[in-house]
Design a protein around this ligand. Sequence first.
Ligand code: ATP
Length: 525
Amino acid sequence: MSNQSTSATNKNTNLKPEDFFKNVISHSKEYGFIFPSSEIYDGLSAVYDYGQLGAELKKNIREYWWKAMVQMHENIVGIDAAIFMHPTTWKASGHVDAFNDPLIDNKDSKKRYRADVLIEDAVAKIEDKINKEVEKASKRFENFDATMFKSTNARVLEYQKKIDEVNERFKNAMNANNLEEVKQIIVDLEIVCPISGSRNWTDVRQFNLMFSTSIGSVSDEANTIYLRPETAQGIFVNYLNVQKTGRMKIPFGIAQTGKAFRNEIVARQFIFRMREFEQMEMQFFVKPGTEMEWYEYWKKARLNWHLSLGLGSDKYRYHDHIKLAHYANAACDIEHQFPFGFKELEGIHSRTDFDLKQHQEYSGKKLQYFDPELNESYVPYVVETSVGLDRLFLSILSSALIEEPLEGGDSRTVLNLPAALAPYKAAIFPLVKKDGLPELAESIMTTLKFDFMLAYDEKDTVGKRYRRQDAIGTPFCITVDHQSLEDNTVTVRDRVTMKQERIAISQLHQFLTERTTIQSLLRSL
Ligand code: ATP
């Protein structure tokens, strides 16, 4: 989106982040993007339903991801594995024993928190202090060199030392599963509960995030199965099936999108952290020893994919992990600036041969690759890209929602979605409900609807209809007026510029194809 409104013309940037976030949530509900689950029964915590427009936007995001990963790479194929898997899968993957979050309660507010998140937030606050020092100094000195300043300024060095110390202590404590030390870090950092303001904390405990249920009619322990907490394992257990039947040669990838379930301790922040959510994951199988190359490759490729949405390059950053998961030898997050700060959007992990080796051991089946060039077999290494579809949805929706000032003091609410992702590609309006205009509008609709999702609206003034489409992100409004009856042209109004141009009806298909299809986004990659 080249001509998207900048934040300088966005009145939302003047709002407090929490107020803007409230706007995002109410906008989502008001226009049919997202509803609380089973709302007539007062909802279910951290579970949400996608409404008529949300389902379209979500489908388009998923399609863009799928096409970018699968269709654009001859060596990546997609699968659709079941949510239920043999329970041993989760023993092998380590989830039964180690898919835990450290939780801590505040005794006064009775609120529960993830201990690691409390510590990360405290570290982020110290980072903010560094950024403020840098900002202050950059205003004071000409030819300001931020790197030099950070490496010499006493106060910044002090803050940085503290961050390094906390990170190191936290990493060691987690690696040793030393929960007393985790609590001690919280005490030493003087972290207070945001609700009660007190430091009256319980001990830190581990909590397994998997949901379990039973399969078949007898409910005993032998029948316990889990709702998958990630889609990745469905890929690993099918590695050999796909490699053999698809005659895949390393390096190659297997992608899939699908539901995952986690009994999150702190399930706040709308669709950012849900108990039922959707992941889009790709496991890339590589020759051992080449994984770092591929890790760097996918780090870049995935950031580019996010940048191609045109929502602002300043909204993304990398965050390299200090505490690596049990399976990884390198890991980073692509973080996005959500209304509540920079948070993980996507994870890129170099998972080594951990998963395939574990499944090999637990199943007794060889999960290897015969490399014809080396004339030997090995267990491939894996680089994973893993993004949450719902989180991506939130990142796009919240970056696109703009309150734009207009001349005369008025303003308009506009959802500056990338055109290819918008629920409707165009809205068709007859100027008035008579003189044969609705009939012509409907006939245009009939020819275009095979290829484009379209809205039709004949109520209220055209100005009000434009506003309604602006608020749901429709990139183009096509108006059929009296001139259309004479020369077969219509006006097409651009959501971003609000400019109108006259276009021949016969050209509409090509006009929309060039501007609103997923292909147009893929070409920008
Ligand atoms: P977090 O640290 O935020 O809990 P994670 O590191 O556990 O996330 P991964 O296991 O790497 O997340 O999952 C990959 C992606 O799945 C995340 O980057 C995120 O986009 C998404 N995701 C994970 N948990 C949730 C959730 N509860 N709700 C929505 N999306 C999620």
